[in-house]
Design a protein around this ligand. Structure first.
Ligand code: ATP
Ligand code: AH0
Length: 401
């Protein structure tokens, strides 16, 4: 037997594994690295996040990725060069982080790598009947594995599409396995660049759960701040938006996109919700001369209203429901207060800290759970392909030499 297959086989049988979950999201802020001790599988999965950090991307990374990120047209040579370059960079980031934690790579069973999404394109978006759903993550895991010297499981989204899904949100798998409660109905809300939610009724009926993207979380706000308030990268603590007033006409134009009328589950990305989307809404609503502060106030209201609408749609069927938030949006007080104000059935929105997972680490933990399922799971049945949850094992395995 090949030594790597044998090592993986032994890892798969272990009671507890050390898995590094990696997430590089649509905000391009940094690489989230979660060192997780994972035990069990399926509904018996247990995760302890032993260490967590975000390694910030420098301007060089951001500007290189932005040349191709969410762009319909770009230089194909650039994409080809970025694919190994990001994989190597992520490998170096993991190696440096492990060294700073004083942890030997030999103790790590596998890395679970999301890669960097550069284009997401479900059928509802491209509307070309000859093609199916599609998404592209780069930062190839062979390069990551060789650089870090650790077996890496990556490219999780393609199997989801191959089995009939849109390649996202994959959150439903981890959320169902880790956050399902028999005591309360839950919504897990994540607000990164794009906001999404997972609906987890306490019946724990796998055919009733689903995850769906909602629309923008921070992505348009971040892009606007980067263009008009450089060198700021985002509206820290909503200091900019708090100085403005939301404009009703612009808000109505922003909320009118057909995406918001589609049923759950659905997916989207910065390919749709970007500065061009904002400019078009401003042109249609005659609000192109609004102050930057008023635009920011409108954008945060837009995100909050669409998120609240999605929560309200989920809670229609259930009277008591608890919402647990994660992602960088939890740090935006204006966003959080506006969501709560528009969900009259909720007395509070907690964050996933209260369920044992740091809200900034949650997506990286998800990929550690998916890697654990790839190695030791595979028995969980959702019976729910039409809700975007095919019963599949995701991830491709890259050995380190
Ligand atoms: N203190 C803060 N105040 C306001 N916003 C904040 C704060 N901290 C983080 N954010 C927002 O959170 C964003 C990062 O969120 P996160 O890391 O969850 O995104 P991501 O994982 O890249 O996105 P996605 O989940 O869509 O892939 C920042 O770009 C910023 O907009
Ligand atoms: C294609 C892609 O990278 N989508 C991301 C993005 O970021 C949030 C939202 O859009 C979600 O659908 C997804 O990530 C999370 C981790 C998911 O798949 O659940």
């Amino acid at each position: 037997m090949h030594q790597h297959i044998e090592k993986l086989y032994l890892s798969a049988k272990k009671e507890k594994k050390l898995i590094i979950g990696l997430m590089s999201g649509t905000s391009l802020d940094g690489l989230d690295i979660a060192l997780c001790e994972v035990s069990g599988q399926g509904m018996n999965t247990h995760v302890d996040v032993i260490k967590f950090t975000t390694v910030d991307y420098d301007d060089n990374y951001k500007s290189r990725v932005k040349r191709v990120f969410a762009k319909r047209e770009c230089d194909l040579e650039e994409v080809t060069l970025l694919n190994p370059w990001i994989g190597q960079l992520h490998g170096e980031m993991v190696a440096h982080t492990l060294a700073s934690w004083g942890i030997d790579k030999e103790h790590i069973d596998v890395i679970a790598s999301h890669g960097q999404t550069i284009y997401h394109c479900p059928k509802t978006q491209h509307k070309r009947p000859e093609y199916g759903n599609a998404t592209l993550q780069i930062g190839d895991s062979d390069h990551l594995a060789v650089t870090a010297g650790i077996t890496t499981i990556g490219d999780f989204r393609q199997k989801h599409i191959a089995a009939g899904g849109e390649g996202a949100p994959l959150a439903v798998y981890g959320d169902y396995l880790y956050f399902t409660s028999h005591q309360e109905n839950r919504i897990l809300l994540n607000m990164g660049g794009i906001a999404n939610l997972t609906y987890l009724p306490k019946s724990a009926d796998a055919r009733a759960v689903f995850s769906s993207d909602i629309g923008p979380g921070n992505t348009i706000m971040d892009a606007y701040v980067q263009r008009h308030f450089a060198p700021l990268q985002y509206d820290k603590d909503a200091l900019i938006a708090s100085k403005g007033t939301a404009n009703d006409a612009l808000l109505a134009a922003l909320c009118s996109d057909a995406f918001f009328s589609l049923d759950f589950p659905k997916t989207t990305g910065p390919e749709v919700f970007n500065l061009d989307y904002l400019a078009s809404a401003q042109a249609r609503s005659n609000t192109s001369d609004l102050s930057h502060y008023d635009v920011m106030a409108t954008l945060v209201t837009f995100s909050a209203l669409m998120i609240a609408k999605a929560i309200n749609q989920c809670s229609e069927k259930l009277t008591d429901i608890a919402v647990y938030a994660s992602g960088g949006g939890v740090h935006n007080p204006l966003l959080m207060n506006m969501i709560l104000a528009n969900c009259p059935q909720l007395s509070a929105i907690k964050n996933t800290d209260s369920l044992g997972i740091n809200p900034d680490a949650k997506e990286a933990v998800l990929f550690a759970i998916l890697a654990n399922e790839c190695l030791s799971g595979g028995q969980q049945r959702f019976g729910n392909t039409e809700q975007g949850i095919p019963d599949i094992t995701m991830g491709k395995i890259s050995f380190c030499d």
